[in-house]
Write a protein of this length. Structure first.
Lengths: 161, 354
């Protein structure tokens, strides 16, 4: 008989959870996280305006080998494309959209397979486009210190996205 | 190909269609072939800001659906107003990029179809090129070379303009655009969309000295911008304040505006100095900011730099600038690409390559 765990793993619990004390620590954490990514991976970024989603994404992209000095915000353009080392990176912001139909129409699914690594801010606009293999990163401010961020890496949608 | 008869009284009529983002705009420009000047004969803009307001931003597919519905009746009405038939047009200009694919395609498909049906050449125009040349619509374009500060919700860049179709980006934002910084700060302050004008409106009642916000990149030895950190500083200020009173909102709006304007003004003047250029054009939606206009004119005067500001209505997206740019191509005998299509990521440096 095969060995089975007594309690099935709780997929809603964060895989990693950490308190980041400065932007430098956020960047270091993002770099470490980037090394776990491979082409075809999709990362959903959760957090309020100013929580550090873009700082995190830029650090991930640098770690993936993107050399561009300017990494303009995708808020206006929806998708910014980059060349990384052995991969391409799509940095998206779905804030200005209302649903999957609209995203489908602009060809978002093309970016969810190799050679792309896809980083998505405001993924809650079209959750139906993300499958179970999506990695979720949640960043949040904490009450007692302005500079500090709490980061969680999950394999499912965070409870309060 | 358009044949030019450069004599007194002969002119070209250019119909332009701009549908790259918020607005569906159409315009007809009459350009004189003797001197390259001209005038807008008729124009119409259908803004979708009211439609988008509930979402706090532009929604691309809604945008393209709106463009699709708005365009044909707008062109018909425009031709009527100008008292022109299709046969009276010499060229159709259309924004071919950059922008949202769905929205661009509506304008480009319409322009190509109309051009084919009526036998009129179609000229693709780069959206930003329209902004760069906008002062020429109602006035004279400054002598080349000049520097343009292009500043809007999607872009913040300094461009050296050496001639029609000759553009070099000499500085740009590394993260957020200036207009985006206004919009996101407005969201943090709980203000209505679009946030830029709202910040400006509140700033008029505020004390800019109350909050000391950072001036990102001001001391860096280059012409690049960065506004993401300013937004974060605004968030910290809002969190520290707890409940924002009306006075605090106005003071913070004024502090945000002065911080952004300070950086834009200093970098623009620095660009003129570095490139040894004495004419500065300011274009894009943020060029409508009164504080920016005032401060630029004040500081440039002492440095023998002439500031050129397009009419306020030609600072935001419009079709007149697209018509004007296309006319400048015709008049300068510069031929655009023969084989082209809507290109959402068309780069300014690639204008003459395709």
């Amino acid at each position: 008989m095969r060995w089975l765990p007594e309690v099935p793993p709780d997929r809603t619990r964060p895989v990693t959870e950490k308190r980041l004390h400065s932007e430098a620590e956020t960047v270091a954490f993002a770099e470490e996280f980037a090394h776990t990514l491979k082409p075809g991976d999709v990362v959903a970024m959760h957090g309020d305006l100013g929580a550090g989603k873009s700082v995190f994404c830029r650090a991930v992209m640098r770690a993936l080998g993107v050399k561009d000095e300017a990494m303009p915000s995708p808020t206006f353009a929806i998708i910014q494309e980059y060349e990384g080392k052995d991969c391409r990176v799509a940095h998206m912001d779905w804030y200005r959209l209302t649903g999957g139909d609209e995203l489908d129409a602009i060809g978002v699914r093309d970016y969810m397979q190799p050679p792309w690594i896809c980083l998505i801010e405001w993924p809650g606009r079209a959750p139906e486009l993300l499958d179970a293999s999506t990695r979720h990163v949640k960043l949040a401010c904490v009450d007692d210190d302005l500079e500090v961020r709490r980061v969680e890496v999950l394999t499912t949608w965070p409870k309060q996205a | 190909m358009i044949r030019l008869f450069r004599e007194e009284g002969s002119s070209l009529f250019v119909l332009a269609i701009e549908s790259s983002c918020d607005e569906t705009a159409v315009a007809i420009y009459q350009g004189e072939l003797i001197n390259g000047r001209g005038r807008i004969v008729a124009e119409r803009v259908a803004s979708q800001i009211a439609t988008h307001a509930p979402f706090g931003g532009v929604v691309p597919e809604i945008a393209s659906r709106e463009h699709l519905a708005a365009l044909p009746p707008m062109v018909d009405a425009l031709l009527g107003e100008a008292d022109l038939a299709w046969q009276g047009l010499d060229a159709i200009a259309v924004t071919a990029g950059p922008g949202l694919m769905g929205a661009l395609l509506v304008g480009v498909s319409y322009a190509k179809a109309a051009g084919m049906a009526h036998g009129i050449p179609v000229i693709p125009v780069h959206h930003m090129e329209g902004h760069l040349l906008a002062p020429g619509i109602t006035g004279d374009l400054p002598a080349f070379p000049f520097i343009t500060l292009l500043v809007s919700g999607g872009h913040t860049m300094l461009v050296r303009v050496d001639g029609i179709g000759q553009y070099h980006v000499i500085g740009q934002t590394l993260d957020d655009a200036a207009g985006e910084c206004f919009d996101k700060s407005a969201r943090l302050l709980g203000l209505a969309y679009p946030g830029g004008p709202e910040i400006s409106r509140l700033a008029a009642f505020g004390d800019a000295a109350r909050f000391d916000l950072p001036r990102p990149m001001l001391n860096k030895d280059n012409l690049n911008f960065s506004f993401s950190g300013l937004k974060t500083a605004v968030m910290y200020t809002v969190r520290n304040a707890g409940n924002l009173t009306k006075d605090m909102r106005c003071d913070l709006a004024a502090s945000i505006e002065i911080a952004v304007v300070d950086v834009l003004v200093k970098k623009s003047l620095c660009a003129c100095h570095q490139e040894n250029v004495t004419h500065l054009v300011v274009a894009g939606g943020v060029a409508a900011n009164r504080h920016l206009r005032r401060q630029l004119e004040g500081e440039a005067a002492g440095r023998e730099i002439t500031v050129h500001l397009p009419d306020l209505r030609y600072c935001t997206d419009n079709a007149a600038m697209i018509a004007y740019a296309a006319f400048q191509y015709c008049w300068s005998d510069i031929h655009g690409p023969v084989d082209w299509d809507a290109n959402p990521r068309w780069r300014l440096v690639d204008i003459n390559k395709s």
